[in-house]
Design a protein around this ligand. Sequence first.
Ligand code: 13P
Length: 290
Amino acid sequence: MEQNPNEESQKDQNPTEQSQVEQGPTEQSQNRQDQAEQISRKHVVAGNWKMFKTRDEAQATVREVVGLVGNIQNVDIVVCPPFTALGAVEEILTGSVVQLGAQNVHWQDEGAFTGEVSVSMLADYGCSHVIIGHSERRHYFQESDEVIQGKLEKVFSTELTPILCIGESLEAREADRVQEVIPSQLERALRELTDPQTSRIIIAYEPVWAIGTGRTATPELAEKVHFLIRSWLSDHSSVGVADQVRILYGGSVTPENAGQLIEQKNIDGFLVGGASLDAQSFAKIVQQSA
Ligand code: 13P
């Protein structure tokens, strides 16, 4: 199996960004953060169901979700079932505020790509969002940064909103290399995008060591990385673009820890795995983000 791309190192690392994580915000970046406080970004809570739920199970879950959070207008609520349940879920979601997302997509319009699904197929099911570059795809299916970049470009030729996942491995975290890995992943995924495209993206920071482990990043630790991501966007696009991009946290999010995490300035919502499979706990996370 190939090395997890989350573990690759960044050759052209920016010392300014490195010091921001280690030493806290510089004066310039603090000003940027102060400005960002004035900006209100609509929160997003997305449930990534991964390879769980048949059509009947999926319909029962989303019926309950709509019943519990269908009146919440100030959060973008998205459920991402497996491909096989998209149609069943679409039937229930039609006319509700809850939006439909997919977990993956191919970078070509169509062709001989056995087992793959295209952007127009997702649009056909009423999808508004698609997850790109989840660490499970990077790790188990060897998705490279080039593939992820190609998928992003294809998605931007449509109305779909991409949820780009990035995050460091446990090895990178322990080796104090977060400040190299995160900018590297951003650079490789976003370098071909225009500013209007970048401002439309949703980024999910999902530290690999926190996914499905019950080991959540502390609010302070998550905020440091979200701040690093926004600073990178500001430096590589503009302050205006950086202020618009929603940055979600993912990794063992539960109703118990969501409240403290969402209070952080640069955390704009969640990409929820396990806790999104249960309508009640997903709804509680949405309610805490409202
Ligand atoms: P868990 O919430 O189960 O840790 O999964 C996070 C995730 O991978 C969401 O994409």
